[in-house]
Design a protein around this ligand. Structure first.
Ligand code: IMP
Length: 208
């Protein structure tokens, strides 16, 4: 009988884990998370790109556990701010991480700005036990409104209205957000690209 493929999710963010678990719910896949491995230290997210950070998180966890690991790195890019907060999205308003402080800082930075175009980006990296990786990326285009709306989700959700919708991410049901979000799209791509391969319970990526 085929063994159950084990995959560890690198996040400790419960909101993200919930979204990833929903979208990466493949039959035969046994998911655990970094929350189940408190002994493994978090890596410093000091990469200049979402891709570099996702790869760093996935490989660190894969090497530390000897298993396959999946990591995502994501953030918000605002055109009028030259792409900020970008890879600094989580700590935009400094430490400790505060979603309300980040939202307040973003609104202030955009005061009087006519161009409120923005996008969420998410890179998902899958690492083999030895630290070899593949990545996929998902994006969601939209705009930043003038005041927070909605109580669901996390982060910048109350300020982000995706193109083609009137509601913010924080006003949408989780399923509706997941269907069009950057993370949802990246995970759908990941699922399509890696599903058959993961179902074979591999020890390593095939040679390219
Ligand atoms: P990461 O944990 O390093 O990927 O940082 C992601 C940060 O980007 C979060 O702390 C949020 O501030 C922001 N972010 C990423 N995805 C979302 C989302 O789906 N909604 C709202 N904010 C998000």
């Amino acid at each position: 009988m085929m063994g159950r493929m084990k995959l560890i999710l690198a996040s400790r963010n419960r909101h993200k884990l919930e979204e990833i678990r929903t979208l990466f719910d493949l039959p035969g896949l046994e998911l655990s998370s970094a929350l189940d491995h408190p002994e493994i230290p978090d890596v410093e997210e000091d990469g200049k790109t979402f891709e570099a950070n996702a790869i760093k998180k996935a490989t660190a966890l894969a090497r530390a556990t000897g298993g396959w690991a999946l990591a995502d790195d994501s953030g918000l890019e605002v055109d009028a701010l030259g792409g900020a907060p970008g890879v600094y999205s989580a700590r935009y308003a400094g430490e400790p991480v505060s979603y309300p402080a980040n939202n307040a800082k973003l609104l202030k930075a955009l005061e009087g700005a006519a161009d409120r175009r923005a996008r969420f980006r998410c890179v998902v990296a899958l690492s083999s036990p030895s630290g070899k990786t593949r990545t996929v990326e998902g994006r969601c285009e939209g705009r930043i409104i003038h005041g927070i709306r909605g109580a669901q989700g996390f982060g910048y959700d109350p300020l982000f209205v995706p193109d083609g919708f009137d509601q913010t991410f924080a006003e949408m049901e989780a399923g509706a957000k997941n269907a069009i979000s950057h993370r949802g799209r990246a995970l759908q791509k990941a699922r399509a690209a890696w599903h058959d391969f993961l179902m074979t319970d591999p020890a390593e990526w095939p040679a390219p």
